[in-house]
Design a protein around this ligand. Structure first.
Ligand SMILES: [Fe+2]
Ligand SMILES: [Fe+2]
Length: 229
């Protein structure tokens, strides 16, 4: 039994969003994802770090969820900036139940436990220059509160891992508010996605001020879930 993570599968089986326009790595990516997951066993767990489906609604994403459901392992998904189909956790869970999607769980203000280690996280945020300062701080405060809720729900766990869509560190940017919450809860390891193509070279990976960072965007990870433990 193992724990894996991968982000940004960008599935579009029920919508018209070809990914091969983004370059070599994305050609035939559905087959690559299938091959990447073929190493997992049914009892393994894989955290999907956002940007899972291009569907604009749950109905448009259904084919993508069915595809994921057939892949081995239990999937825990969190929200990415392109997951427009995302709704309340209750709505998502009931949609999955109605459609026989039985191995996808939602990470949203909650946590899961994998062999004593808590799986926590939230979408996160990357301060951008296109949003004004007030908007940036409002979004950051919301994400900080979601992360706090997720970590507090796992207070009894021996160890806590954090998963994000947006990187807490990227280039010379540091999301100190998010990092402060990880430090408050003694989090030492986190994984994230969102960064693609030419952005990969700016990713922060490895240890930085006591926390280990690893990027698992699908096109960076060779479309194969990264084994964590
Ligand atoms: Fe993405
Ligand atoms: Fe993204």
């Amino acid at each position: 039994m193992s724990l894996y993570a991968i982000g940004d599968l960008h599935l579009s089986l029920g919508s018209d969003k070809p990914m091969d326009v983004f370059g070599g790595g994305w050609s035939n990516y559905i087959e690559k994802i299938k091959a990447g997951f073929s190493h997992l066993e049914s009892e393994d767990v894989c955290v999907l770090c956002g940007d899972t489906s291009w569907g604009m609604s749950l109905e448009e994403s259904l084919e993508d969820f069915c595809f994921l459901n057939q892949l081995p392992g239990r999937k825990i998904i969190l929200k990415g900036n392109h997951d427009y189909w995302w709704g309340t956790a209750t709505k998502l869970r009931s949609f999955f139940e109605q459609n026989g999607i039985d191995n996808i769980d939602i990470l949203h203000n909650n946590s899961f436990v994998y062999e004593g280690t808590a799986i926590c996280g939230t979408r996160g945020w990357l301060i951008d220059s296109e949003s004004d300062a007030e908007q940036n701080s409002k979004i950051m405060a919301r994400e900080v509160s979601r992360l706090r809720m997720s970590l507090e729900s796992a207070d009894d766990a021996l160890d806590k891992f954090c998963f994000f869509h947006y990187p807490p560190r990227f280039k010379n940017m540091v999301c100190q508010d998010i990092i402060d919450v990880m430090n408050e809860h003694c989090v030492k390891n986190c994984w994230y996605g969102h960064i693609h193509g030419s952005g990969h070279r700016f990713a922060v990976q490895g240890e930085a001020e006591g926390i280990f960072y690893e990027m698992v965007s699908a096109d960076f990870a060779g479309f194969a879930p990264k084994k964590i433990i």
